[in-house]
Structures are given as C-alpha cells and as structure tokens.
Design a protein around this ligand. Structure first.
Ligand code: 13P
Length: 257
C-alpha cells in the first residue's frame, strides 16, 4: 500500500524566524502521525534552519527548486548536493509557477529529475493543465506529455520513488478546488500513463498528490479517492494549525482505508 504524503509548499513566504516557529508548531503532530509522511517546503533561505529545527522528527524537508548541474557558473542557482548538505530529502520540480514565470519546460524538468536522483534527493514532480487546456479538452495530452517527458529515462526504481503532484493550474490559489471526481479522473489517468511508461508494478507504487486550494475542509473528501495519495498544499500549509489538522485528517482516512 502507498503511504500518503502531505507536503507544504510555502512558496515565497516566511523568514527564517517565522519558518522555525511554524515547524516547531508541527512537532506534536509529527509524533502522532504514523500513517502519513509529512514534508515541508520552505524558501531556500530557511531550509537549513528548518532542517535543524526538525532534526530527529519524522518531518522531511523539501526545496522548491534546484538546478540540474552539479556546480559551476550558474548565478542564483543551487544544486542537489547543496540541498542535501543543508538537510533536504525532497525537491519540488517544475511547479506550475516555475513553468509559467520562469520558463521551465518538460525538458528542464527531466534534467532536474535525473539530477535530483543523482544527487540523493527525491523529486516531487508537478504536472497539471491550465483552465484553457481543460476547457479545450486537451488535459490528457498536456498532462500525459508532462508525465512522459518529465520521467523519460528514469530507471524503474527511480520512477517508483518519484512523487507526482497533480496540480490543475486553475485550482491553485483560487479557492476553486478540483472536485473529488475531477481529481480522481486525472490521477487515474496519470497512473495509466505511468503503467504504459514503466509497468503496472511501478505505477501502483507511485504516490500521486493532489494540489490546488486543498484545505482542512476538503482534504478528507479528496483523500477518499482511490488514486489520491496525499496533497501538495500551498496557502493552508502556512499555518501550523491548519497543516497539522490536515495531517490528522489524512492519517485518519488512511487508517480507515
Ligand atoms: P494552494 O494550496 O495555495 O492553492 O497552492 C497549491 C500549490 O501550488 C502547491 O504547490
């Protein structure tokens, strides 16, 4: 069975002091959260302090981005090795905001996925369609290509360890969550693409998170769908109480399954 994974993507929010306070507020929930893997994704300036504050807890730390090269003249970038060095276990790759504002493509995502594994990080690979693409009936083309091109060339073992985050762009930060059925359909589709690409066994073990206006009020319903294995949470992960509440809910749903 797949252990659900609930990750907070803090985006460009929280100073070092605020970040440390936020994760300190999560230590209690991490002690009781046995059926769910918890991850926080602070901005890069706070990664080291957050990893220190979480040392000895079960909460993992994710960076929000990385470069695919190991080192060199790439001003403003950080490498997988540098992220491991400050205590990261995961790295979020190709979030739709990075695709939209910073020119990331499926090809750069693919390089980053390979570099993440090469450097000892586990990728959380983001895919998802825009509203125009959904309304134009090309969601499956877009998301299928994102999955195939992003994961191209990974070994079966690497593919199985990749976390895929399905984040419909129209649901991010809009308060307009995908319905349980919309999300389940997309997740089942992604699992089917993974099965074509890497085989049924790998597809069955990949965790697929939902992201987009998920919060304590809707996470239970989303998690009740068979192919939804957790969440990538933006706004509702910025307060310890709401993230902890979601962790408890996800744990409860997985314990009942
Ligand atoms: P919101 O939860 O704020 O909609 O953000 C989702 C997201 O982009 C997580 O990566």
């Amino acid at each position: 069975m797949r252990t659900p994974i609930l990750a907070g993507n803090w985006k460009m929010n929280r100073t070092v002091g605020e970040a440390t306070e936020l994760v300190t507020g999560l230590l209690d929930v991490s002690k009781r959260a046995s059926g769910v893997e918890l991850v926080v994704g602070p901005p890069s300036t706070a990664l080291s302090a957050v990893a220190d504050a979480l040392r000895g807890s079960s909460i993992g730390v994710a960076a929000q981005n990385m470069h695919w090269e190991a080192s060199g003249a790439f001003t403003g970038e950080v490498s997988a090795e540098m992220l491991v060095d400050v205590g990261c276990k995961y790295v979020i790759i190709a979030h739709s905001e990075r695709r939209q504002y910073f020119g990331e493509t499926n090809e750069t995502a693919n390089k980053k996925l390979h570099a993440a594994f090469g450097g000892g990080l586990l990728p959380i690979y983001c895919v998802g369609e825009t509203l125009d693409e959904r309304e134009g009936d090309v969601m499956e083309d877009v998301v299928g290509t994102q999955v195939r091109d992003g994961l191209a060339g990974l070994t079966a073992e690497q593919a199985a360890q990749t976390v895929v985050a399905y984040e419909p762009v129209w649901a991010i930060g809009t308060g307009r969550t995908a319905s349980r059925d919309q999300a389940q359909d997309a997740h089942a589709f992604i699992r089917g693409v993974l099965a074509d690409l890497c085989g049924e066994g790998v597809a069955a073990s990949v965790r697929i998170q939902y992201g987009g206006s998920a919060n304590p009020g809707n996470i239970a319903e989303l998690m009740s769908a068979p192919d939804i294995d957790g969440g990538l949470i933006g706004g509702a992960s910025l307060k310890a109480e709401s993230f902890a509440e979601m962790a408890d809910i996800v744990q409860g749903v997985s314990a009942a399954a």
